[in-house]
Design a protein around this ligand. Structure first.
Ligand code: C2E
Ligand code: CA
Ligand code: CA
Length: 567
């Protein structure tokens, strides 16, 4: 290397750079490649170490800049020492930061002028190559990372899983499907922006408990996440998921949220593929929505049978409703003070291939997919037709209550549709009562209140079904102008035990409801001692097997003619 021309055009330098023709999108891999090929120019440019330092503000690609690592390439052998007489270069990065490249000679070595020129050339090439790799890695990240939370996106999660499947490691893992409980409520309390930040902290807290090389958290959309964790770490993670405390400071107001999750857990089997991994965890997760199952459900093979049945229900429903396979039964309601029939509840039955399918086998599926709304209006129309027929026969039909799913509250024309159907069949509003279950989410609450108000304005009675099973019962009594409270059957279940707590609760609910000028009916009355107790606390009405089961229309007609029970 006699002159500048020699260094820059040397064969070594050409060979060195030709090694970088590949498309390398990872700056750390690029550094490895640099070290591997450095020997081509080692004689011409004796360098001991190169340090590449990037400083850039936080961005979606790197929300936490403190996690950025310097690239530090030691190029000399271990016995050589690094000198201090370094040269330093600085360049802007595309994301408002700068990249600093510092090149150190061997201890005691001084570069000459030509070498300094070559170093400048080399560092500019480095800047370009690393800039390209950094850009490439950012681009790659956009494909595999969910930037809102920092979790992997579906593609990233799939790629990670695929590697474990191919390497035969997957059976050492458990997949966990999770969803944050009441996230809508959190979002509404703190606003969407702070809600996003809570999601990010949720992911960060979970990620900190994962082994970054071997385990992963993926976001499937909304507040649904999936984890792939080593079997030995499952217990730890499930414990963490029971309650994650997250601090929020929306509107300068510090608040701690105890974030709980619903979780489906599936220990992966050998030979499982990507779809075999998410689906069972999701199926187990769906079971957490069923009352009594708890928030953490482990997958069991027989859950598939339930899913198949519910698929069948969805498939058969449109045809079944067209074929009029749904039939309305009527269960009498009785005034407790005189044992007289005072009304009834319409309960639907599905007649399929000569068998009766009970509501609990199809209503939850229809609720999930929204077609319950169609069925409820169908039932209301059937009830209107029956009422019309009874009236035309000169019978005194009383008021019929019809169940409506909470799903209707999401539709702004819910009230209008009911009013429209009553008009269509020319049925007076006093013959229909609308039963709605207690609202379980804050979102439904306003809609419920508005709906009940509109019903009242139109002379249609409303009742709150399964009262006492939701979590806002007392607020409901205070805030909502409903006519009738239907006390859930579960209150009666323990009446005959020694524990008097339920007696006390029932007595006070009945008193409270009557003081608020509402009526109360006890559901699921099966024994005369239950009826006696209810009478003793002045409960207005009762409904249950003690008086009658839900009856086919013709049977119920007989009760209309002779409406007294000898009980
Ligand atoms: P629900 O509205 O709480 O209806 C009362 C349920 O308790 C009925 O079950 C009834 O047969 C049962 N039952 C009545 N008396 C007794 C008793 O003394 N002991 C016991 N163990 N059970 C009694 P069913 O008919 O199987 O209906 C179950 C649920 O299905 C209903 O609960 C309601 O939530 C839903 N459902 C039924 N028909 C409709 C409908 O047309 N639309 C909607 N959205 N839901 C409906
Ligand atoms: Ca009901
Ligand atoms: Ca009920």
């Amino acid at each position: 290397m006699n002159n500048e021309h020699d260094v820059l055009c040397s064969k070594g330098l050409r060979e060195f750079f030709s090694a970088f023709n590949d498309d390398i999108n990872n700056p750390y891999k690029l550094a490895d490649k640099f070290k591997e090929n450095y020997h081509f120019i080692a004689d011409e440019l004796p360098i001991a170490r190169i340090v590449l330092h990037i400083e850039a503000p936080s961005s979606i690609f790197e929300p936490d800049p403190s996690k950025r690592r310097d690239i530090d390439m030691l190029l000399c052998s271990e016995k050589d020492e690094v000198g201090t007489d370094s040269v330093e270069f600085q360049h802007p990065t595309g994301d408002n930061g700068f990249a600093k490249i510092v090149i150190y000679p061997l201890k005691g070595y001084k570069w000459n002028e030509q070498q300094n020129h070559a170093l400048k050339f080399l560092e500019q090439m480095l800047y370009l190559l690393f800039g390209r790799a950094r850009l490439g890695s950012m681009m790659n990240k956009t494909f595999i990372i969910d930037f809102l939370t920092g979790a992997a996106n579906v593609k990233g999660f799939a790629a990670f899983t695929e590697i474990l499947v191919k390497s035969g490691q997957i059976s050492k893992y458990t997949s966990v499907f999770m969803n944050i409980k009441n996230f809508n409520y959190i979002n509404r309390t703190v606003g969407a922006k702070e809600g996003d930040s809570i999601l990010r902290k949720y992911v960060e807290i979970i990620s900190n408990k994962l082994n970054p090389e071997e385990e992963i958290i993926g976001r499937l959309g909304g507040d649904n996440f999936i984890l792939l964790i080593k079997n030995e770490n499952v217990e730890n993670i499930l414990k963490l998921l029971q309650c994650i405390r997250i601090e929020s400071s929306a509107n300068d107001f510090k608040q701690i949220f105890e974030v709980r999750s619903r979780v489906g857990i599936y220990p992966i089997k050998a030979n499982d593929h990507f779809s075999d991994i998410i689906n069972p965890a999701n199926i187990a997760f769906q079971q957490t929505r069923k009352p009594g199952n708890g928030d953490f459900v482990w997958y069991k093979d027989d859950m598939i049978a339930g899913i198949m049945r519910s698929k069948e229900v969805s498939l058969l429903f449109p045809q079944a409703i067209a074929n009029k396979e749904f039939v309305v039964y009527y269960q009498p309601k009785v005034t407790l003070s005189n044992n007289r029939l005072c009304g009834c509840e319409a309960l639907v039955r599905w007649f399929r291939n000569g068998k009766v399918v009970p509501p609990m086998d199809f209503i939850p599926t229809l609720e999930r997919e929204g077609s319950i709304c169609r069925l409820d209006f169908y039932v209301l129309e059937q009830v209107c037709m029956d009422l019309k027929m009874w009236l035309s026969k000169g019978m005194k039909p009383f008021c019929v209550s019809v169940n409506f799913s909470k799903a209707h509250l999401r539709h702004s024309d819910f009230a209008d549709e009911i009013i429209g159907i009553l008009k269509k069949y020319d049925i007076e509003s006093r013959y229909i009562e609308v039963e709605l279950t207690e609202s379980s989410s804050y979102e439904d609450y306003d809609a419920l209140r508005n709906f009940i108000h509109t019903m009242k304005e139109n002379g249609i009675c409303t009742s709150i079904d399964d009262f006492g099973t939701g979590y806002s019962s007392l607020n409901l009594l205070k805030d909502i102008d409903v006519d009738i409270i239907k006390l859930d059957k579960s209150f009666l279940d323990n009446l005959e035990s020694d524990n008097r707590a339920d007696e006390i609760v029932i007595k006070h609910i009945v008193g409270l409801v009557s003081d608020l000028n509402m009526n109360i009916i006890a559901e699921g009355v099966e024994t005369s001692s239950q009826a006696d107790f209810l009478r003793s606390v002045h409960c207005d009405m009762a409904q249950g097997y003690l008086f009658d089961r839900p009856l086919p229309r013709e049977e119920f007609e007989k009760r209309l003619l002779d409406g007294v029970y000898n009980i």
